[in-house]
Write a protein that binds this ligand. Structure first.
Ligand SMILES: Nc1ncnc2c1ncn2[C@@H]1O[C@H](COP(=O)(O)OP(=O)(O)O)[C@@H](O)[C@H]1O
Ligand SMILES: [Mg+2]
Length: 309
């Protein structure tokens, strides 16, 4: 479990991470989602003891990263943004080396177990220089997992690897949930949506929204969307008719039809069809629309930007 309070990092006058606070539950995959420069890596480096916070505190499985740093570090496995590589080491030797650094006395069995977990056991004798990027990424995962920590922190685990490898890395990460708490960063929305149980959206060092992907979408979009196309009415008539329906927040022209913003939990479909017919018009199409997290995210980020200017 990770508990973060008021965590802040300043570089001179520049605030890279600005009073963030969050908590993870055990067995949860939490995504730190944000554009480049948002403060994801800085946050993770503070949580893993590589960078002292300017202000605030954090606990890893109850151990304060400042006052109880040895135990805090022991409880966490970290895959950094750039994995240090030793090209002339074999896969197995590399993971064994990390296991020894982590104080595991007879690491052989544990190393084999972890290599199987990340699907590199068949490559155990391969030199790192001969691994593909995706395999190196999985080697980074093995290094983070080797001491079986309760908390795992992964900084952009799928960056720069090919689509097939992305799928494999995501599957490996999903499987970790059974036994570990995972915090992973990404700038890819679909990844956060697919892999994470909960998402923290970070922008300019601040957490601007959080929730599970579905909740976030609802909260930010402020209701649900309905697309409606009407025949036999002028644009003006159609708009007046739709906007007058209870629980319709707004009706905006979209292509040949209208996009209705509807109050959360309201179902206006029956009323739409009734009113369209009684006005002597035809209902050509009606369907619920979902906003992708992508749209929500862009909306959030642009709001932040216009708010700042
Ligand atoms: N050592 C440093 N000195 C000054 N600024 C830094 C330093 N490290 C990071 N930053 C700045 O802090 C911000 C957050 O960076 P980072 O945490 O790497 O973002 P992310 O991982 O989300 O892309 C960026 O604007 C970056 O330029
Ligand atoms: Mg980063």
């Amino acid at each position: 479990m990770i508990e973060v309070e008021n965590l802040t990092k300043r570089y001179g006058a520049f605030t890279a991470v600005d009073r963030i606070a969050f908590k993870t539950n055990s067995g949860e995959i939490v995504g730190l989602l944000g554009p480049n420069g948002a403060g994801k890596t800085t946050t993770m480096r503070m949580l893993t003891g590589f960078l002292p916070p300017t202000e605030g505190s954090a606990r890893i499985n109850g151990h304060d990263i400042d006052t109880d740093s040895i135990e805090a570090r022991r409880a966490v496995g970290y895959m950094p943004e750039r994995i240090p590589v030793y090209p002339d080491m074999s896969v197995r030797a590399y993971v064994t080396f990390w296991a020894q650094l982590r104080g595991i006395r007879r690491p052989a069995a544990q190393v084999d177990k972890v290599l199987k977990q990340v699907q590199l056991f068949d490559r155990r004798n391969t030199l790192i220089r001969h691994l593909s990027k995706g395999m190196r990424q999985r080697l980074g995962l093995a290094q983070a997992l080797v001491h079986d920590p309760p908390v795992i922190i992964l900084d952009e685990p799928t960056i720069g690897i090919d689509p097939q490898q992305v799928i494999e890395v995501r599957e490996t990460v999903r499987a970790l949930r059974a036994k570990h708490t995972v915090l992973l960063s990404t700038h890819i929305l679909s990844e956060a949506e697919q892999v994470c149980d909960r998402v923290l959206i970070i922008n300019k060092g601040q957490i601007v929204a959080q929730g599970n992907p579905g909740e976030l979408r609802e909260k930010l979009q402020g209701g649900t969307l309905l697309y409606v196309e009407i025949g036999g009415a002028s644009s003006k008539e159609a708009k007046a008719l739709l906007a007058a329906i209870p629980n319709v927040i707004s009706a905006e022209k979209e292509g040949k039809g209208w996009r209705l913003k509807v109050s959360p939990n309201a179902d206006v479909r029956g009323e739409v069809s009734k009113r369209v017919m009684s006005a002597g018009c035809t209902l050509l199409e009606m369907r619920a629309e979902t906003t992708s997290l992508e749209a929500v995210f862009l909306e959030l980020i642009s709001k932040e930007e216009s708010g700042a200017s």
